[in-house]
Design a protein around this ligand. Structure first.
Ligand code: GDP
Ligand code: MG
Length: 616
């Protein structure tokens, strides 16, 4: 196929607006996948994704389509993007691999925060955006209003907007026609050296890392030695191919095409998303032409490479110390597929052996934890997520900067010490009647109000700068509950700023409980301390003895509560009762014990470790 017959596109949408359903429908209607092989949401291939309705890893599919207009065959490459902010870097790279994007908006909902965030990413990558109104089959659909909204807020030309229902198959042909007509074909081959952009990778235990890429210039085939410009890794290509959506080997991939390659790569760090692949031979030839002292890359890397930096950290410990090795293996295997996870051993007197793990965001953390438990059958205790702080000590020449990703390791406040914390820009979309509630929440969370805009007479966007630490608690839940579920939000890291922060320690039965320590703003310390001890009092089961719980700053106790001792044996209430009931009760207890850690003499359940992010 000549590049004039290729169309590379993505689908962007707010979560639940129908991206996966539409992708399925496009594959089905072009008979890429026989109907009987069709499982719902083919592109979301992990169970977890399907259950949570989120797309985590990018996948691509190639579709052949005969245009009604000119009766010619076209190759349409669909690149699916992850549907969550935590993965916005991956979204931006897959958009960089395309010339156009279908913007799917639920006609019963309208524009949401992710719609906007994705549109910004698409515009940054100069994509042609084709608006699609989905779910027009719903009685609540209001296509006219939503069309106006798209016109007014994004400024898109909506004269060719497609009204569709991915569910009932309305408008699918029109969408395919629009792709051919409006998505520009890839730029013709420049004749320059081979360059390809990695937009995803996957680890296969037999073939090593499978790299998904868009060829920008030149061509690559089996046997070629290749080089990854940023990681500097070199490998020999074992196979190149296309996704239909299963991997099908081909002889060669050329400029404009989307495909995969395998090269016996054992580590995903060699081939990270955003890196540029070149041919070793062309690289060496170009290097010879450069001045030997030149720092310049012989072949210019494709723009936009960035290493994803973990923003949220937590401790992960096996409930049962025997599972430590299994946990290590499992984390190793997960990391093979996901270069954005970091982990290193962490040992604590209270928790035993475990790992300090870093993630892109809360959802990423949740997904990894759940996969560890499900796919590797591990029982885990996970400590509350925390951001990464920077602690500056000393002045001028003697200045040192320490990175703190574990609250209990935050040094005691000294006079010449400054603590910095990450701030994010949060963009919230809400029906305007809830503006007051949203602003109240923003103020409670140390937010700085940056902007309020009316998108339409009834919908607003509110922009805040807020410490990330305040966002990774229950911010999103609070936002949803205060706006009756109508608000949506997006955030992105902006910078580190100094904060008046202190370490809040927890003592259970007079013993330090470092995994429960947290870092709070001085002004909130008292309140957080009080709520935390109250919440722990509820969450930690009664013992045979009295258990005092204290929140302290340094040696000063700022709040305390007491768990009164259990009066009676649990089985006492079964006296005279039948044995099966007794057994049931014991079983229930045993199950409850599963996710507990003995701290001193007290069993602390999983929920208690998360208490600090759910204070009300
Ligand atoms: P994604 O999060 O954007 O990938 O959204 P999904 O494709 O997973 O769809 C979210 C929900 O909306 C699912 O329950 C779909 O069945 C439903 N859905 C998707 N498209 C349509 C449509 O055109 N009409 C109706 N009524 N429901 C739809
Ligand atoms: Mg989806």
């Amino acid at each position: 196929f000549s590049s004039s017959r290729i169309r590379n596109f993505s689908i962007i949408a707010h979560i639940d607006h129908g991206k996966s359903t539409l992708a399925d429908r496009l594959l089905e209607s072009t008979a890429t996948v026989a109907s009987r092989d069709m499982t719902n949401q083919l592109l979301d291939n992990m169970d977890l994704e399907r259950e949570r309705g989120i797309t985590i890893k990018l996948q691509a599919a190639r579709v052949l389509y005969r245009s009604r207009e000119d009766n010619e065959m076209y190759v349409l490459n669909l690149i699916d993007t992850p549907g969550h902010v935590d993965f916005s870097y991956e979204v931006s790279r897959s958009l960089a691999a395309c010339e156009g994007a279908l913007l799917v908006v639920d006609a019963s909902q309208g524009i949401e925060a992710q719609t906007l965030a994705n549109v910004y990413l698409a515009l940054e990558n100069s994509l042609e955006i084709i608006p699609i109104l989905n779910k027009i089959d719903l009685p609540a659909a209001d296509p006219d209003r939503v069309t106006e909204e798209i016109k007014d807020t994004i400024g898109l030309d909506c004269s060719n907007i497609v009204r569709a229902s991915a569910k009932s198959g309305i408008g699918i042909d029109d969408i395919l026609e629009s792709i051919v007509k409006y998505v520009p074909p890839p730029k013709p081959d420049t004749g320059g050296p081979f360059r390809a952009l990695i937009f995803d990778s996957l680890y296969d235990p037999y073939r090593g890392v499978i790299v998904f890429m868009r060829v920008m210039d030149g061509a690559v085939k089996r046997g070629d030695p290749i080089r990854f410009l940023n990681s500097r890794a070199e490998h020999d290509v074992v196979e190149v191919g296309i996704m239909n959506p299963n991997q099908v080997p081909v002889d060669c991939l050329r400029a404009g095409e989307v495909g995969y390659l395998c090269a016996s790569i054992r580590d995903v760090l060699d081939a990270r998303v955003g890196d540029t692949i070149v041919l070793s031979s062309e690289y060496k030839a170009a290097a010879k032409l450069l001045d030997p002292d030149s720092k310049e890359e012989p072949i210019t890397p494709l723009p936009g490479y960035q290493v994803a930096v973990p923003m949220v950290f937590c401790g992960i410990f096996p409930v049962d110390a025997d599972q430590y090795e299994n946990l290590r293996d499992a984390l190793g295997k997960m990391r093979l597929n996901d270069a954005a996870i970091t982990y290193e051993p962490e040992t604590s007197g209270a928790m035993g052996f475990g790992f300090r793990c870093g993630f892109l965001g809360l959802l990423h953390m949740d997904v990894v934890r759940e996969r560890l438990e499900r796919e590797y059958d591990l029982d885990l205790i996970v400590t509350a997520p925390t951001v990464v702080y920077k602690v500056e000590k000393g002045e001028g020449e003697k200045k040192t900067v320490e990175i703190v990703d574990t609250p209990s390791k935050m040094p005691e406040i000294m006079r010449d010490m400054k603590v910095f914390e990450p701030y994010v820009k949060v963009e919230i979309l809400t029906p305007s009647e809830y503006n007051g509630q949203v602003i109240e929440l923003g103020q409670e969370r140390r937010g700085i109000l940056i902007d309020i805009k009316y998108l339409t007479p009834t919908r607003s966007t509110i922009v805040y700068e807020i410490p990330l630490a305040e966002v990774i608690t229950d911010f999103f839940d609070q936002l949803k509950s205060r706006t009756k579920g109508y608000a949506s939000m997006e955030y992105q890291l902006i910078e580190y700023r100094p904060g008046n922060l202190v370490r809040l320690d927890v003592k259970i039965n007079y013993e330090d409980a470092p995994p429960l320590a947290t870092i709070v703003h001085v002004d909130a310390a008292q309140t957080v301390g009080r709520r935390l001890v109250e919440s722990l009092k509820e969450l930690i089961p009664r013992q045979m003895f009295k258990v005092p719980i204290q929140a302290c700053i340094g040696v000063k106790v700022i709040a305390s509560a007491v768990i009164s001792p259990m009066m009676k044996d649990v089985l006492a209430k079964c006296y005279g009762g039948d044995i099966s009931r007794k057994k049931k009760l014991l079983k229930k207890q045993a199950k409850g014990k599963k996710r507990m850690k003995l701290m001193g003499k007290v069993n602390v359940p999983q929920e208690a470790f998360m208490a600090v992010i759910k204070l009300d």
